[in-house]
Design a protein around this ligand. Structure first.
Ligand code: BG6
Length: 254
């Protein structure tokens, strides 16, 4: 799908899009770490881009996080029968940042539907195996595999490990293997090798390539390296929505 550029930092976005060879690249003004308004701006542009491609009955997988949290403030009921599915389980943090809350707010904002996933994002092997047979959980797994679009955040790995209350042994693995980026519970080193993946019923990296479009939404100085590295492994159908703090860093380091 071709997405026409939005006017803000259009040239920078176009240049980065061709350097990284992904479906779209949008850079909004500011630094999301410094200003909540920039963070909200990322959500606003994402909502705008998403509404250009949504069609009746589309299924959209959404992760959680603070960047995703205000998406529902900007998405309008333009098409019918949308279904929003949490792409991740729960994290022990604010309800507002949970994939479940975001999926339900998006369903409400668009006059569509949503599903809920009643499981923590981080599971032990035995719990994962038994949960996968629960009908409600099975449905979510299938919907995430079938979904047309994915919207997700990108994180700094040690921040995400602490938000997930990951055990010390796991943090050690991340340190030893020099993790620099994280997305959907997958942790990567600077070369884009997976150094660790959490056991989860949530969406898998392998599911992304067949989606119509994947929206990766992240910005802020603290995520510069994480985003730079994620771009090495992002599937080609990815549209990145970021801010100047990241866009200018990427341009300097290219
Ligand atoms: C989550 C994603 O939704 O958002 C994570 O599953 C990502 O992969 C995180 O790292 C980023 O959160 P935030 O709060 O920095 O937007």
């Amino acid at each position: 799908t071709f997405l026409a550029p939005l006017s803000e930092n259009e040239i920078l976005g176009r240049q980065l899009r061709s350097i990284y060879n992904i479906a779209g690249f949008y850079v909004i003004s500011g630094d999301a770490d410094a200003n909540q308004s920039t963070k909200d701006g990322l959500a606003k542009v994402t909502a705008e881009l998403l509404s250009r491609v949504l069609t009746d009955g589309a299924i959209v997988s959404v992760t959680g996080g603070s960047t995703m949290a205000s998406l529902s403030d900007y998405l309008k009921p333009a098409v019918k029968d949308l279904l929003f599915v949490p792409a991740r389980g729960g994290l022990g943090e604010s309800n507002h940042f949970q994939a479940n809350s975001i999926a339900s707010a998006l369903g409400e904002a668009t006059g569509g539907m949503h599903r809920l996933l009643h499981a923590p994002d981080y599971l032990s092997k035995s719990t994962l195996e038994s949960l996968m047979h629960e009908p409600d959980v099975k449905e979510i797994i299938q919907l995430n595999q079938q979904s047309d679009f994915v919207i997700h955040g990108i994180g700094e790995p040690f921040t995400m490990a602490s938000r997930r209350h990951s055990p010390e042994g796991e943090v050690e693995i991340l340190k030893r293997n020099k993790a620099v980026t994280e997305a959907f519970g997958f942790y990567f080193d600077e070369h884009g090798n997976v150094v660790h993946r959490i056991k989860t019923v949530g969406i898998q990296m392998e599911d992304l390539a067949q989606k119509k479009q994947v929206f990766a939404v992240a910005g802020g100085t603290s995520k510069q390296e994480a985003i730079e590295t994620y771009l090495k492994i992002a599937p080609k159908n990815t549209v990145l929505i970021t801010d100047e703090a990241v866009g200018e860093y990427l341009m300097k380091n290219r």
